[in-house]
Design a protein around this ligand. Structure first.
Ligand code: EPU
Length: 335
């Protein structure tokens, strides 16, 4: 296992923040994972494993041990009369895996196209977009368990998924995910619940998975900045859940409020709340709010995680004052 000392993490986080890791390891096999966890644990210093770095705010240099998950491989694991089970190792790029699944005749992940990051990071925050959440296509995963010091298999129940949440957020230092298995029905059905897909495909005959894939890519490209061009971590805040009482009150006061029913609660569009507070397109030094989507904070180049967190605090404060709603940050913060 290769370890670099005082290595820059600039190329390993999609905000492009230029912080360093005192020890940076590259995990290319399961045995690298065992070796890394053992070495990092015995150092008694903090340690963490990163995927594509697309859901991180690095606001300081990282002491201790940091690893980049780079285990590669994807395959059809097995099939039943009704389902395909496909597996990818944690270091695969999520989007490349989605493309591979379509090219090989295992459709079902097309709504999740172009989400940045790696396969191993996908279950951590139960990624979701355009009408599909990861938990709907998830079968199981393999992870190294720091408690038992062995590889374990976790099924859907074990992972305790909910909106952008999982067991891995409850016990952040316990598991290192090494592979994920997805279960996809052979009888493919288009998932068109998302309004922008319903509109485009409502009357289309013989719709194919690739059509949805292409449309999702087009929507994402039109709304979300490409991290290669402008540093960002996708949605910066969760869409907050509020009680029916608060929703009714807000709806009276703000008739344009964007909200979706969620059990006996309502999920408010955080992008709309931030937009109403006038932050869309704002620039604060070298960081700011993306001009086309108020939920996305950006690094225009040379900004720092500290600057970005200051801006996030201002947004939270103003949204709280205006709507009485507390926003929570989606990416994992190191500060
Ligand atoms: N809106 C505004 N102004 C804005 C942004 C949004 O008024 O600046 C309103 C729009 O009217 C829109 C509504 O807010 O109707 C919701 O916006 P959008 O449809 O773009 O979706 P979102 O709720 O902002 C969520 C996910 C995205 C995912 C999209 C599509 C969260 C926190 N975000 O965004 O996920 O791609 O839906 O399904 O759940 C991510 O998690 O990083 C991410 C990009």
């Amino acid at each position: 296992m290769k370890i670099d000392l005082h290595a820059s993490l600039r190329a390993h986080n999609t905000f492009g923040f230029d912080v360093s890791a005192s020890h940076l390891a590259y995990l290319e096999s399961k045995s690298d994972v065992v070796e890394f966890v053992s070495q990092a644990s015995s150092s008694k210093q903090p340690w963490q494993v990163f995927g594509g770095g697309s859901n991180l705010v690095l606001a300081k240099d990282l002491p201790g041990y940091t690893a980049l998950m780079q285990i590669k491989g994807k395959s059809l694991l097995k099939e039943s009369p009704t389902h395909f089970y496909i597996q990818a190792m944690a270091g695969e790029s999520w989007h490349e895996f989605v493309e591979w699944s379509l090219n090989n005749g295992y459709p079902g992940l097309e709504n999740l196209a172009l989400i940045p990051g790696t396969v191993g990071a996908a279950p951590i925050q139960n990624i979701g977009a355009y009408g599909v959440e990861l938990e709907e296509v998830f079968d199981s995963l393999e992870a190294f368990d720091r408690n038992s010091q062995e590889f374990v298999t976790l099924n859907k129940q074990d992972c305790n998924f909910s909106y952008r949440h999982s067991i891995f957020k409850e016990e952040p230092h316990r598991y290192v995910v090494v592979s994920v298995c997805f279960v996809l029905p052979k009888q493919w059905q288009a998932k068109l619940s998302y309004a922008e897909l319903t509109k485009v495909f409502a009357n289309q005959q013989s719709l194919k998975p690739i059509d949805i894939f292409n449309q999702v890519c087009a929507i994402r490209r039109s709304k979300l900045p490409d991290p290669q061009a402008i540093g960002n971590a996708g949605s910066f805040f969760h869409n907050p859940l509020v009680s029916d009482d608060l929703y009714q009150q807000l709806k009276q006061q703000f008739p344009q409020l964007v909200a979706y029913p969620n059990g006996d609660q309502w999920k408010l569009a955080a992008g709309w709340l931030i937009d109403q507070c006038g932050f869309k397109g704002c620039v604060m030094g070298r960081v700011g709010v993306y001009e086309k989507q108020a939920l996305v904070l950006v690094n225009h180049g040379g900004g720092t995680g500290e600057e970005l967190l200051k801006l996030a605090e201002q947004i939270k404060k103003k949204v709280k004052e205006t709507f009485g709603v507390s926003l929570t940050v989606e990416p994992v913060i190191f500060n």
